[in-house]
Design a protein around this ligand. Structure first.
Ligand code: ATP
Ligand code: MG
Length: 419
């Protein structure tokens, strides 16, 4: 029997392989809304990845959606390896469940509350209480342990600061994983496994992270671990340890000197001990037939914030520079519409598609300058040009390099595939 950690099939999420730019919903635009000050929101809005509905509330347009789906899949592959199972929990919660831990009151500041016909509800800002309610109903024996479940879903938080674009939404996407263990040592082992898994996930996303000790906010009195990406645009301040790989958040830092740097928190993991389980009376029967409280932890990664952090740390004055791992398309095909070049552009589009390369084809009637400008803004790692000058070859250019090369179509395909 395959273990829970054996993926049965890859690429279970189906995504369109190719797209003509003329047909794409959500095009580039000249300006971002005036009230946007952050680099991530400005670039993502201008490049056609997101749309702003109101402060802290964004639509993921098709390009942005593709990036987020790729981030999601990288996270899923990492988390599945730890043996956790994916599910999906509701976003509308009854008040009663939040009263069990007292968070209806203590987390009131961040919670969106809804009243309808005298009944009160909360829009999800996290899911600890919901997971524990599931465990109460489904897992009463030591044989059911450990429990590891996660989902990707929306979180609602009434954030005061909304100057950071998609780094701080009032509605945003998160992966949240929850684990319960019969033994403390088993919990601690899993906590470390998730920490290592997170480092690998963020590396694949192109985000080198600093593991940072921090407080637990409305979640816990215990020390938690944050995954911080160094960036001037970050809202967090951390003090780096001499090893350069770990740090402490200034909110708990007690030393005098120490170099403070700005950072973006992209992930956070929490050890709750038995606190929540005691509050909600979550118990299981151990091997001796005695009732016992389990050890509980939760582990979050912000998907939309991760996308924003990638843009903050990977762009230039022309636009975004996507890492290959999360780019919306692998190749940006630019057709400069000189007479007689249409068949060559079509052939390139078809061959790229047949080679399973995700390709965005700029087939608009627009100037070469405009198309190149948009390609730089959108930030796909490879630009391929078909024009009167390219003949039976194609012009290959990487987003991060100035150099252009005239190479065969087969050669270009190989380079897109292998990087
Ligand atoms: P912050 O301190 O930045 O408000 P948090 O510590 O309250 O965040 P957690 O509860 O630890 O956030 O959430 C887990 C992850 O969800 C964070 O590490 C971050 O990546 C993401 N996240 C949290 N709040 C937001 C938000 N308002 N918008 C986008 N992503 C968020
Ligand atoms: Mg946090």
């Amino acid at each position: 029997m395959p273990s829970a950690a054996t993926p049965l099939r890859k690429n279970s999420y189906v995504i369109l392989l190719n797209m003509r730019y003329s047909e794409l919903f959500g095009k580039t635009r000249k300006d971002a809304p005036r009230d946007e000050v952050s680099v991530n929101a400005k670039l993502l809005l201008k490049a056609g990845f997101i749309d702003k509905l109101m402060a802290g509330s964004y639509t993921l347009l098709p390009l942005g959606f593709r990036v987020v789906k790729k981030i999601e899949q990288i996270i899923r592959e990492g988390i599945n390896k730890t043996g956790a199972e994916e599910l999906l929990m509701p976003l509308l919660h009854p008040k009663s469940i939040w009263n069990e831990t007292g968070r209806w009151e203590t987390a009131s500041e961040v919670m969106f509350k809804v009243k309808k016909d005298e009944k009160e509800y909360a829009l999800s800002f996290t899911h600890e209480e919901i997971v524990l309610d599931l465990v109460r109903k489904h897992s009463q024996s030591f044989r059911d342990y450990p429990i590891k479940v996660y989902h990707f879903s929306t979180k609602f938080r009434d954030e005061l600061r909304a100057k950071s674009g998609i780094l701080r939404g009032r509605e945003f996407l998160m992966k949240d994983l929850y684990s319960l263990h019969a033994e403390k040592s088993d919990f601690e082992e899993y906590y470390e496994e998730v920490k290592e898994t997170y480092i690998k996930i963020f590396k694949r996303l192109g985000l080198p992270v600093i593991i940072t000790e921090a407080g637990g906010g409305v979640f816990t009195q215990n020390i938690t671990h944050e995954f911080q990406v160094l960036s001037e645009s970050g809202e967090d301040e951390i003090v780096l340890n001499p090893d350069g790989k770990t740090a402490q958040n200034v909110e708990i830092y007690k030393g005098k000197d120490g170099k403070k740097v700005k950072a973006i928190e992209v992930g956070n993991i929490f050890s709750f001990g038995q606190d929540y389980c005691k509050k909600m009376n979550i118990m299981f029967t151990n091997e001796k037939g005695e009732k016992q409280y389990p050890y509980f932890g939760s582990y979050g990664i912000g998907l939309t914030r991760a996308m924003g952090a990638i843009v903050e740390t990977s762009h230039d004055d022309k636009g975004i520079i996507w890492p290959r791992s999360v780019t919306p398309y692998s190749a940006h095909l630019v057709h400069i519409e000189d007479p007689g070049t249409e068949p060559a552009a079509k052939k390139a589009y078809e061959m790229l598609t047949n080679s399973n390369i995700e390709v965005l084809w700029d087939d608009r009637e627009a100037s070469a300058g405009e198309k190149f400008k948009d390609a730089d803004l959108i930030g796909i790692p490879v630009r391929l040009v078909v024009s009167a000058k390219t003949g039976d070859k194609i012009e290959y250019k990487e987003r991060t390099k100035e150099k252009t090369e005239l190479i065969s179509l087969e050669g270009a395909i190989k380079r897109v595939q292998t990087g």
